[in-house]
Design a protein around this ligand. Sequence first.
Ligand code: MLC
Ligand code: AMP
Length: 504
Amino acid sequence: MTNPIHDTLFAPLAGQPRPFLTLADGTQITAGEFHDQLARYGHALRACGLEPGDRVAVQASKSPRMLALYGAAMATGIVFLPLNTAYTPDELEYFVTDCCARLLLVDPERGTALAPLAGRHGIRLESLGAGGSFDALAANQPHRIDPAARADTDLAALLYTSGTTGRSKGAMLSQRNLLSNAETLVDLWRFTEKDVLLHALPIFHTHGLFVATNVILRAGAQMVFMPKFDIDQVFEAMGRATAMMGVPTFYTRLLEDPRLSRDTVGHMRLFISGSAPLLAETHQQWSARTGHDILERYGMTETNMLTSNPYDGARRPGTVGFPLPGVSLRITDADSGRELPQGQTGMIEVKGPNVFQGYWQMPEKTAEEFRADGYFMTGDLGVIDAQGYVTIVGRAKDLIISGGYNVYPKEVELLLDEMPGLRESAVIGLPHPDLGEAVVAVLAVQGDGPDEGQIMAELAAKLARFKQPKAFIRLPELPRNTMGKVQKAELRKTYAAYFTQTAA
Ligand code: MLC
Ligand code: AMP
């Protein structure tokens, strides 16, 4: 019987006394203890009636339990669907119904609030955490588990990505998609059992879950596992860790702190950045302060990691490095699909074992984003230089990346446009010193229109906090081109210095 992800990533933990997770308070969880928990959770998933291929949706705080649940889903062949803890019940409802989740796991304190939603759709609801109902169910289960047989092409996880128009799409990631990428990254970034990763990212996205965790599991290494990015805890952990993976906001926040020095990073061998553009200036300041060149890489939910700056060799500021071994990357004319010569800017298209299987129950959407020869259109615009380094120069998709979280303007605009007194809206991303880009709503208002407090109250009921505008700009009319299309590029240009000139 084989189960590639369980056999390769999780089975080697069983019975091992070596440390696997160190928590912020210093508590250590050994590899063996972690695997025991994974096994008990796996039995509990089965006791809830789930079978291989069924979906378990989880909206729970970051904890070793949540990570063990990921392992349990892999062992039992149950498809893992982690959800941002910031999502409102409205947002959650879409995901769990779209994927026909059999089971929804939430923090114990959220159980009561989400019971009506689960009841409406006949989804079993359990709580994960100390005193939670799922933990009670798992408590007396065996601490060994026979993994379910899984093929390379079987679905391992579903991660939802918002769409530029309309509905969010569930990216289907197979066993092979995840495992092949982890194996490539371990080799490329030289992870070994001696490494200790400083893990301060959330674990409901590709970066913190698949890149960080799978790499550590594959290398037989360990993590300092923090509930979130807390600057004091990060400085403290750098004395014990060897590597950190972060979004650019981690690096800009650390740079603002006078404690950052060659000494404080003396134990570290590698700093990796991704999920959003790292300014060349941040890269250079980091090198000057710490003596380390940040290794920037590029990826997507749909594709896992695609490119990386080299471990040995120049890590070029402002670039995302070379295509990973096994990944084919080309630059095309977005309309015709024709490959462009080196040095010209166009759509980044990719192919490889890391590229997802398609969008859950959306064959037409899937077909639209793949070329006939199997290349996936990323929606990112890039250029390759004479040495082969890829630079991302923009996005063809209308997307804001705020502190590493994606916000699709359309989703916010649809809600704003429904509000009485608001004629129309354009939601844009403006440069922000902490978040990279911040969400701003430009509004064309009727009369005085609703005030910001009223708008925010309406949005808060429906939208996760990170998607809500950080500022509003009111105009009599939105600028349009001769075709009548709102000129977002013009707005971004006009207000480019909004957060740097006014207090952010
Ligand atoms: C938190 N807030 C955000 C925000 N994060 N607002 C906009 N954008 C964000 N990213 C809100 C909070 O709710 C809070 O609201 C206020 O902003 C200030 O919060 P904070 O305490 O300063 O934020 P913090 O908790 O420190 O979080 C900031 C952060 C976090 C950058 C550390 O957002 C983070 O961990 N981001 C990582 C995202 C990530 O993992 N992305 C990977 C995607 S995978 P209030 O109520 O106080 O106003 C992917 C593929 C790939 O992209 O290539 O990796
Ligand atoms: P997500 O859908 O959350 O996986 O976000 C994927 C998107 O993040 C990509 O399509 C890119 O636009 C962006 N991204 C990821 N890494 C980088 C990077 N290093 N530089 C610039 N953009 C990045």
